[in-house]
Ligand binder design. Structure first.
Ligand code: ZN
Length: 180
């Protein structure tokens, strides 16, 4: 698994309990905590892909209102999944963690071939990040209990799309950890 990295998408205060709170996000926190602990123990890199919006500029804000604003508590990773000193933080201003960020450069430098993509939301930022990961040629794993959306419909639809369109392997976290 040395050529594998985990990308944690938008597990930020604003998306869990803040301005765009998602009740369903609570259920993925314990499994994600197990996943990240196991990864760090096994030397698998953990990369946080975090909204870091600029007020008055980022056009996504017109659609969703202010959320994940740079340098605010709302844009910080939730305390339960707090990054450690060995992890990487890659800020983003669009849905995709790759768009105009250093994600691709970082993955190349780390020699990554497979990405495990988790976090919020299965049908939005996880989907767009997965799209770009696929288009850059990475193999993709999405843990079914490590992503979520505002509704069951969006969650299930998101997973189905990731599998069908990007060949994402869907697997439960406790099964995935056995490979580490
Ligand atoms: Zn955003």
């Amino acid at each position: 698994m040395k050529d594998t990295a985990i990308i944690v998408v938008d597990m930020l205060n604003d998306f869990v309990t803040g301005s765009l709170a998602c009740e369903r996000a609570q259920r993925i926190i314990p499994p994600l905590s197990r996943l990240l602990s196991a990864a760090r123990t096994s030397g698998i890199r953990v990369i946080y892909s975090n909204d870091s919006h600029i007020p008055g500029i980022d056009h996504e804000l017109e659609l969703w209102g202010e959320h994940g604003m740079a340098n605010t508590p709302g844009a910080e990773v939730i305390s339960e999944l707090e990054p450690t000193e060995v992890d990487y933080l890659v800020p983003k201003r669009r849905y995709s963690g790759f768009f105009q960020t250093s994600m691709q450069l970082l993955l190349t430098e780390l020699g990554i071939k497979t990405v495990i993509i988790c976090g919020l939301h299965a049908h939005m930022c996880v989907r767009h990040t997965t799209a770009d990961a696929y288009q850059w040629g990475y193999a993709i794993i999405v843990p079914t209990d490590g992503v979520d959306s505002f509704t069951e419909e969006d969650y299930l639809g998101g997973l189905k799309y990731l599998k069908e369109v990007y060949g994402a392997e869907l697997i439960e976290i406790d099964e995935l950890i056995k490979r580490f």
